[in-house]
Design a protein around this ligand. Structure first.
Ligand code: SAH
Length: 253
């Protein structure tokens, strides 16, 4: 059985391309008040920064320990469940959860030993399609349609509060995973790269742009949440496909 502290330690908050260092400080304070300590920053515009420290209001350890990453995938290393917060529904639709539903899913995953990431976008542009495609589901705080965007750190606070409420409630009995955990974000990325390369090798796109189909395929595999062993089988199929395509090419020479 995991303790509330162990569960909280398996949940990270990821801020992507944050423009205002003040928001980083406020977010650190927001998660610290709810019992979380792990903040990951992806390409922040300004960090470290006195404004971040001022608004952290004592949550300095969260800031000091914050990971700084060049890209989203690095910040997600090890995470089995990735939830992206977005005020707007984007082109490639993902399953949409309320913060409460998301918190429950995060709790079940973290209680069984999985790592969970909550991903927040840039203040102006939010999360890009490419970034949401790395998530298993989208979380939307049900704000009003004509003024839907919360301040970044306030969105972090709402989500962290729901997570805290979930953790303080029932901790699920099933702390031993029945199934293998889903492969982590880095392993999934490696698979998508292999898939993209294979589609090129078999000339799948035939001059059309690859972006939309690759996003669709990501969505499909993200939904399936394959575990490591299943990914190995998929890699095997791709490798054989590439080998066969190579043979056909060689014959044609
Ligand atoms: N114009 C941007 C708003 C970005 S606000 C957009 O439409 O996406 C900065 C970040 O705060 C968002 O990327 C998201 O992670 C979070 N956020 C703000 N309002 C939200 C809401 N209503 N639901 C979920 N996340 C929200």
């Amino acid at each position: 059985m995991s303790t509330a502290h162990e569960i909280a330690a398996r949940i990270r908050h990821v801020l992507v391309r944050t423009s205002h260092p003040g928001n980083i400080g406020s977010a650190a304070r927001a998660i610290r008040t709810m019992g979380f300590e792990r903040l990951e920053l992806v390409a922040p515009a300004r960090f470290p920064d006195p404004q971040a420290s001022a608004l952290a209001a004592g949550a300095d350890e969260v800031l000091d320990r914050a990971g700084i990453h060049a890209g989203l995938i690095e910040s997600l290393a090890g995470s089995n469940l990735v939830l992206g917060l977005s005020a707007r529904r984007r082109g490639v639709t993902l399953a949409e959860l309320s913060p409460r539903e998301a918190a429950q899913q995060a709790l079940v995953a973290a209680a069984s030993g999985q790592q969970v990431a909550l991903v927040f976008g840039n203040e102006r542009s939010g999360l890009e399609n490419e970034e949401l495609a790395r998530c298993h589901a989208m979380v939307r705080i049900p704000s009003v349609d004509d003024f839907s965007s919360l301040n970044l750190s306030q969105a972090v606070q709402v989500m962290a509060y729901e997570l805290r409420m979930a953790i303080l409630g029932e901790i699920p009995e099933a702390s031993l995973p029945e199934h293998e955990p889903p492969a982590d974000a880095v392993q999934m990325e490696r698979f998508y790269e292999h898939l993209a390369q294979t589609l090129d090798d078999i000339d799948f796109h035939k001059g059309r742009t690859a972006t939309t189909i690759l996003l669709r395929l990501r969505k499909l595999y993200q939904r399936a949440q394959p575990d490591e062993r299943e990914l190995r089988v998929l890699h095997g199929i791709l490798a054989d496909t590439q080998r066969m395509a190579g043979l056909v090419r060689d014959k044609g020479k």
